[in-house]
Design a protein around this ligand. Structure first.
Ligand SMILES: NC(=O)c1ccc[n+]([C@@H]2O[C@H](COP(=O)([O-])OP(=O)(O)OC[C@H]3O[C@@H](n4cnc5c(N)ncnc54)[C@H](OP(=O)(O)O)[C@@H]3O)[C@@H](O)[C@H]2O)c1
Length: 267
């Protein structure tokens, strides 16, 4: 039951103030979920919450929290642990940086590992204690196609997203081994229009237009895969093909190609 006494399921979406997270919130509200929206920009969250309540008649709350901080994580953990109608956690908050690891500001690298790794551990744990006790619902961890390769200039990003895939795969196996009804998904989008590339300072014109996805199409595919209980969701046929090839090629070949490409592009 939610605060209004209704029995709507609750979805908690991190990074809901923009991009893929905001689209998840809209699509889940349309499916009849109550929403708890999490990110740092409170004004954006409040605006979106009001829009969802108006458009879909669901209850939507905003929780401003920096998930790279202990205090922010604690606040979200408490909500995940205590919600009797928790059904879905979308761990989506994330960001990218540009440039060689040792030339980048170490604070940004530290924040990325906290957000992509530590926040995922802490929020998955809080959500799974609740969900496994009720044997329902699950978690979507928003990873990236970058999880399937290592790339000079994006060392921490690729490493943290690779970790996210491996972690989600491990959770999937634990849950299946217990015959649990709780589901997990690693969502691995390619280049997607959002604020991500503005934050990272990445020039979008460097990527051919055919390689760009809309946040709407990414979320639609993710939710279709969710309904089918698919572990890895790679939206778009081009990226499915690329990931299939990446999985076939020996690591030494991938490494050599990445090094050559980085030399050529001066990354
Ligand atoms: N766009 C792509 O091409 C692409 C491709 C593959 C994977 N992804 C992944 O998709 C996810 C969503 O990215 P997006 O493309 O939608 O980017 P976006 O438009 O920049 O949105 C990122 C979201 O994360 C939130 N966030 C960032 N740092 C945070 C922190 N410390 N605490 C709480 N919230 C934080 C931001 O909100 P505030 O600034 O308000 O906190 C924002 O809501 C990320 O995990 C990203 O790695 C994106």
């Amino acid at each position: 039951m939610n605060a209004a006494g209704d029995s709507r399921p609750l979805a908690v979406v991190t990074g809901a103030s923009a991009g893929i997270g905001a689209v998840f919130a809209r699509r889940l509200a349309a499916r009849g979920y109550d929403l708890l929206l999490v990110a740092r920009r409170a004004d954006r969250l409040q605006q979106l919450a009001a829009e969802l309540q108006r458009a879909h008649g669901v209850h939507a709350g905003a929780l401003a929290a920096d998930l790279a901080s202990d205090a922010g994580l604690h606040a979200v953990e408490q909500r995940l642990a205590s919600a009797a109608n928790l059904e879905l956690l979308v761990n989506n908050a994330g960001f990218g940086t540009m440039g060689r690891f040792f030339r980048a500001d170490v604070h940004g690298q530290d924040q990325m590992h906290r957000l992509h790794v530590l926040a995922t551990v802490r929020l998955c744990h809080a959500a799974l204690v609740n969900l496994t006790a009720r044997n329902r619902g699950g978690i979507i961890n928003v990873s990236s196609v970058a999880a399937f390769l290592q790339s000079p200039g994006s060392v921490s990003y690729c490493a943290t997203k690779t970790w996210m895939n491996v972690f989600t795969d491990g959770l999937y196996q634990e849950l299946r081994s217990l015959n649990s009804a709780v589901k997990v998904q690693a969502l691995c989008p390619g280049y997607t229009y959002s604020e991500f590339h503005d934050v990272a300072g990445f020039d979008r014109s460097k990527v051919p237009s055919a390689m760009w996805l809309s946040a709407e199409s990414v979320v639609e595919e993710a939710l279709r895969a969710w309904d089918r209980g698919v572990l890895y969701c790679v939206p778009g046929w081009r990226y499915k093909l690329i990931v299939a090839l990446l999985r076939l090629l020996p690591a030494a070949v991938l490494r050599a190609v990445a090094v050559r490409t980085a030399r050529r592009l001066g990354r």
